[in-house]
Design a binder for this molecule. Sequence first.
Ligand code: DGL
Length: 270
Amino acid sequence: MDKRAIGVFDSGMGGLTAVKRLIEVLPGEDIIYLGDTGRVPYGGRSRETIIEYSRQDIAFLRSFDIKCIVAACGTVSTVALEAIENDYPIPIYGVAGMAAKAAAKATRNGRIGLIGTKASIGSGAYNRLILAELPEAEVIGRACPLFVPLVENGRVGVDDEVLRLVAEDYLEPIKRAGVDTLIMGCTHYPIIRAMIGRVMGDNVTLIDPGGETAVYVSERLKNAGMLSGCTKGERRYYVTDSPDGFGEMARLFLGSGDAYDISQVTINNF
Ligand code: DGL
């Protein structure tokens, strides 16, 4: 048994897609979440900056007693993680590997669509991971830089006209390429899953990296005998900008049953 919490971080609220699934599969675990809302988006920044921000996010989470970290950010997972993960004494799970595995398993025609931030797509990491799983796969990738700011500003409804126009512009070429599977390679994207699904159509399987990774982490902890043994865990949320809007969105994405414990942190102290 291990009563330490699980640390989760993202550039903003996208990592809540991983938290949602973690709570479903591991209801007894304590979770400490950091959304770097003061510096979101990461996806248009340089590798050096993404590494520096990731190190600060990890340092903040490590100021608590935690047993592992989920880097619930496609950008951090593809751009920074390989360079820094071995510098820490606890495991840090990225979201790209499990998404690639799930896509390779789901595809029937070998044509896999991939959407993500500019930095994630530019890193080529998703492509490498998919091809390692399925060498004959054809990956049709596209950066979708407007999705993260739209989500962070609450433009997430399936009836949102601005979101629809942007989604059609980004996704229709991928759809025309005949993919049967689409990796939503940034953890913000499952929040607009309904719109992505509407544009791509019912025959395309959508892969949620945070959700896949949450299930993987739960299996790792179970197999290692590292679950908390509690029935209901506590969750604490930290943001690097004002918590006001985040609380509202957290309620929307995680459900309204819980009272949310949200605080602001000065990330430059870490
Ligand atoms: N949720 C982050 C990701 O998965 C958003 C990246 C960003 O901040 O641009 O990539």
